[in-house]
Ligand binder design. Structure first.
Ligand code: 2PG
Ligand code: MG
Length: 428
């Protein structure tokens, strides 16, 4: 008996932070060790993402995942029984081949990813190692710079503003724990400013304050005001990161800013963003243009890529081949890494390896529909991406990840390092 061979695989339907069904898998090894993982779900999805298999039909608005659960408990469980779980690449390759389609449209990326992650957790449990150490070895000591949402907009807030994520990063912080403490101050001060504006003071899907603004730029002004109210120097201590998520309000070269009732072409949107970069301490912009406009993305990167991080999410969907294509035309200089965009850990890692070899930065990211699962925190540390995006500083599914990072930083003790200001080397 090999202790790390798979004895059984089991999936069940559980529920995410939007109250929607999702897939949880458990992998049991021959030595009895068990690993468990839950798959998240996006709202602003790239069209080239691997398929999140939903049942359609009348139940739960067509969002049920019983087919994906069935695929794990049937075909996948049979195929993986007896396989070595400690060969993550081999296991993931088996999942890819079993599915047999480019975008996991047969079994569902939610089925394959749940198993891929659960298998890694099982081996880590068997070895009595934290996941980051099993996957990353002794070098896995770098705590990521958190990108934390203060205002949530776009598809996560009924499109109240067009820009999706108004986030902060803390280039002045010395440690991960300090970055979280600073973020707590800014988040609280932003809440006070929102309360002062009027009674509509809830939170959006990822826990950022509900955006009650007349223009998109007002959110930026309020964010700077919140940073100052919290006692930090905008830019050097606490800076701004945006996820424009432009695919949500633009395609075919036309972008509609619904809040401001105006339409822009790609150059118009780029010019607007460049004005914001001049005026506000912005160090990172994700998806400044739509996924169908790689050429516009490349023009924007030529104009601004020497000054700040330009992140491809919908454009790159954590896929190595798309990262290479983007690099060939100079589009983006960083890749967002979301394992459920691909459906296995190994394919997501390959996207990061391709990106790193091309000089791109990397950010491991949660989805807008999340759970208590903290796998991504371990991935950011194991893969030494140096950055992690999890949504805001509220709601249990977000705090579970930030708090896991705190535990890891404490456990690493004097071995821990923090991806501080240097991570935004391109910035001002
Ligand atoms: C994104 C994510 C997280 P979603 O666009 O980066 O903010 O959103 O999971 O809805 O794609
Ligand atoms: Mg995004």
């Amino acid at each position: 008996m090999n202790p790390h061979h798979i004895r059984s695989v089991h999936a069940r339907r559980v529920w995410d932070s939007r109250g929607r069904p999702t897939v949880e898998a458990e992998v049991m090894l021959e030595d009895g060790a068990i690993g468990r993982a839950i798959v998240p779900a996006g709202a602003s999805k790239g069209t080239r993402e691997a398929l999140e298999l939903r049942d359609a039909g009348p139940r739960l608005g067509g969002l049920d995942v019983m087919q994906a659960v069935g695929h794990v408990n049937g075909e996948i469980a049979r195929a993986l029984a007896g396989r070595a779980a400690d060969d993550q690449a081999g296991l993931d390759q088996a999942l890819v081949e079993l599915d047999g389609t480019p975008a996991k449209t047969r079994l569902g990326a939610n089925a394959t990813l749940a198993v891929s992650m659960a298998a890694a957790h099982a081996v880590a449990a068997s070895l009595r190692l934290p996941l980051y150490q099993y996957l990353g070895g002794a070098d896995a000591c770098l705590l990521p710079m958190p990108q934390i949402q203060i205002f949530g907009g776009g598809a996560h807030a009924g499109r109240r503003v067009d820009i999706q994520d108004f986030m902060i990063v803390c280039p002045g912080a010395q440690r991960f724990a300090q970055a979280l403490e600073w973020t707590a101050e800014v988040y609280r001060c932003a809440g006070e400013l929102m309360q002062a504006r009027g009674p509509r003071c809830g939170v959006a899907d990822e826990g950022g304050w509900w955006p009650d603004f007349k223009t998109n730029e007002q959110a930026l002004e309020t964010l700077v005001a919140a940073i100052e109210r919290a006692g930090f120097v905008p830019g050097s201590e606490v800076a701004i990161a945006l996820d424009v998520a432009a695919s949500e309000f633009g395609h075919g070269g036309r972008y509609t800013l619904g809040l401001e009732s105006r339409e822009l072409d790609a150059d118009g949107l780029s010019e607007l963003l460049l004005r914001w970069i001049d005026k506000y301490p912005i160090v990172s912009i994700e998806d400044p243009l739509a996924e169908d406009d790689a050429a516009g993305f490349a023009r924007f990167t030529r104009a601004a890529g020497h000054r700040l991080q330009i992140v491809g999410d919908d454009l790159l969907v954590s896929q190595a081949s798309l990262v290479r294509e983007a690099a060939a035309i100079g589009a983006a200089n960083a890749v967002l890494l979301k394992p459920n965009q691909r459906g296995t850990l190994t394919e997501t890692l390959q996207a990061w390896q391709a990106a790193k070899s091309l000089g791109y930065a990397g950010i491991v990211s949660a989805r807008s529909g999340e759970t208590e699962d903290t796998t991504i925190v371990h991935l950011a540390i194991a893969w030494q991406t140096g950055q992690l995006k999890v949504g805001s500083f509220a709601r249990g599914e977000r705090m579970a990840k930030w708090n896991e990072g705190l535990r890891i930083e404490e456990r690493l003790g004097s071995h821990a390092s923090f991806a501080g200001a240097g991570i935004f080397g391109r910035s001002r």
